[in-house]
Design a protein around this ligand. Structure first.
Ligand code: PPS
Length: 304
């Protein structure tokens, strides 16, 4: 990645250090009905977030955890670099709701465009993002691979509290008792806003299938004018293999765990038939017949 991410790595290392002393039973606190990890979020920071002043040229990258947040962060910073020849510096950890309460004051000094990643449900975003019509790219991934990725992150990273088994994690995931709450609540919430003029939807699986085309759409949405050659260069730097190879430099010790497999359909290795049926039912109840339900291509990615 064309960025100096030392602040980024410092923040991740600090969160991992806190995780070492945190048992799974003490990992979450609830703020306005949603569980968040105590290692990354505090209620003081959430209160301060209400005062955050968004700009119309902020770049908001929204996603439920494990849906490809670091992938689009990388793509955007490469697009900025290709467009302006200036490295995007990360003066703060880019996830908006993570960090100390003073970060929003410091962020006032940062030059535009500022990249704001977030895992917040739409109705928990600070009002100024909506009011000032900052452009928001929201990336979704099929819920089965999302759950599997989430489970592996907990159980593979030595310093992060583990679940007793995949079955334990699945139960918590389906009840929304995981960091940033329920995938399905997040989806229902965002579903109402996919047609908003400042919102663009992107599907992890589509990006995987045609990375250059996805990058072109992202560039167009944010108004970066790049040549076809530049788009292909960004695509070559944004493959899973390229990002995994750099992951220790970009994300520190957690890098190789974060960039784990990057595949579509990994859920087939873990889901039992009963779990498949349970998630299929939940999907039908929450998203069947909705615009997002169609966009997720559930039959292709979760049922075959
Ligand atoms: N370039 C590229 N191509 C394909 N897949 C990629 C890429 N970059 C990240 N990933 C995969 O995204 C998963 C991690 O998601 P997030 O970055 O959203 O994680 S986090 O919530 O911010 O911790 C995680 O998925 P799994 O491998 O299935 O665990 C990453 O491997």
């Amino acid at each position: 990645m064309a960025t100096d991410k030392s602040k980024f790595i410092d923040y991740i290392d600090e969160a991992l250090e806190k995780s070492k002393e945190t048992a799974l039973s003490r990992l979450f606190f609830t703020y306005q009905g949603i569980p968040y990890p105590v290692t990354m979020c505090t209620s003081e920071t959430f209160q301060a977030l209400d005062t955050f002043e968004a700009r119309s040229d902020d770049i908001v990258l929204a996603s439920y955890p494990k849906c490809g947040s670091n992938w689009i962060l990388h793509i955007i910073s490469e697009l900025i670099f290709a467009d302006s020849k200036k490295k995007y510096e990360y003066p703060e950890f880019p996830v908006l709701e993570c960090g100390d309460p003073e970060k929003y004051q410091r962020m006032k000094q940062f030059p535009s465009p500022r990249i704001l990643a977030t895992h917040l449900h739409y109705d928990k975003l600070p009002g100024s993002i909506i009011k000032n019509k900052a452009k928001m790219l929201v990336i979704f991934r099929n819920p089965k691979d999302t759950a599997v990725s989430f489970f592996h992150f907990h159980n593979d990273v030595p310093d992060i509290p583990s679940y007793g088994s995949w079955d334990d994690f699945f139960r918590q995931f389906m009840q929304g008792q995981v960091s940033w709450g329920s995938y399905f609540d997040f989806a229902i919430n965002w579903n109402k806003h996919l047609d908003d003029e400042n919102v663009k939807f992107i599907l992890y699986e589509d990006l995987k299938e045609n990375l250059a085309a996805g990058i072109e759409h992202i560039a167009e949405f944010f108004g970066f004018s790049l040549t076809g050659k530049q788009i292909h260069t960004v695509a070559a730097q944004s493959t899973f293999q390229a990002m995994r190879a750099q992951s220790q430099q970009t994300h520190g010790a957690v890098g190789p765990f974060l960039f784990r497999k990057g595949e579509v359909g990994d859920w087939k290795h873990l889901f039992s038939e009963t779990q498949n049926q349970e998630m299929d039912k939940k999907f039908r109840e929450c998203l069947a017949g909705t615009a997002l339900g169609a966009k997720l291509k559930y039959e292709s990615y979760c049922q075959s």
